[in-house]
Design a protein. Structure first.
Ligand code: AMP
Length: 213
């Protein structure tokens, strides 16, 4: 059975790290809408130019654009064994669009919960690879994947972080309401070690796919 996982959580919850780890373990692609947008920004495409202005303020790119990006991505053959969605959906309108793209009963939704003070601390110290986007563990000084230099994401600056958390509460928190009554929804504690969170996500997915509650 394909594993189709949606990882939800505020900025800094560890979505990217956990989604990447899960995707690697299961041999399925991680689809990060933030990475897709950052690649477009780096490539200087019209999408990238339009998205950069929005991303730099911590706001959300429009639903129609995002839904189009994901709809197209989900037509690629590599998603046949499943996928991990990281950073999408971020609004109820995006979640509704996703339900039209994919049978909702086949989606597993896992929310990573982390207290806000921990999020602010994590985001302001986070560094990623300027070349490939790899997310560095604390204390690491060069990219373990491609050797590139580490940078701070422009939207990890404190003022933008505050705006992103505000946008999350306003636009993305209602998603939890949208999903919480589904039997395929689970929540895990994200304020633990990376491997403990990964184990909880794996257990949550196994419980859903195994049909237990
Ligand atoms: P992320 O890497 O997931 O934190 O995304 C970085 C930025 O990209 C966000 O702050 C938004 O500006 C934009 N973005 C990523 N995914 C979405 C989405 N699903 N809907 C709207 N904007 C998005």
């Amino acid at each position: 059975m394909p594993v189709r996982l949606v990882v939800l959580g505020p900025p800094g919850a560890g979505k990217g790290t956990q989604a990447e780890r899960f995707a690697r373990d299961r041999g399925v692609p991680r689809i990060s809408t933030g990475d897709i947008l950052r690649e477009a920004v780096q490539a200087g495409t019209p999408l990238g130019r339009a998205a950069k202005a929005v991303m730099d303020t911590g706001r959300l790119v429009g639903d129609d654009v995002m839904n189009g990006i994901v709809r197209e991505r989900l037509t690629k053959p590599d998603v046949t064994p499943g996928f991990v969605l990281d950073g999408f959906p971020r609004t109820v309108a995006q979640a509704q669009a996703l339900d039209e793209m994919i049978d909702e009963r086949s989606l597993v939704i896992v929310q990573i919960e982390v207290p806000e003070d921990v999020l602010v601390e994590r985001l302001s110290s986070r560094r990623i690879c300027g070349s490939c986007g790899w997310i560095a563990a604390p204390g690491v000084t060069a990219c373990a994947r491609c050797g590139g230099a580490l940078i701070q994401r422009p939207d990890d600056r404190p003022d933008v972080v505050r705006e992103r958390l505000r946008v999350f509460t306003r636009d993305t928190q209602p998603l939890i309401e949208y999903y919480r009554h589904r039997s395929t929804f689970r929540s895990v504690d994200g304020d633990q070690s990376e491997s403990a969170v990964a184990a909880d996500i794996a257990a949550a997915v196994a419980a859903v796919l195994g049909g237990t509650r």
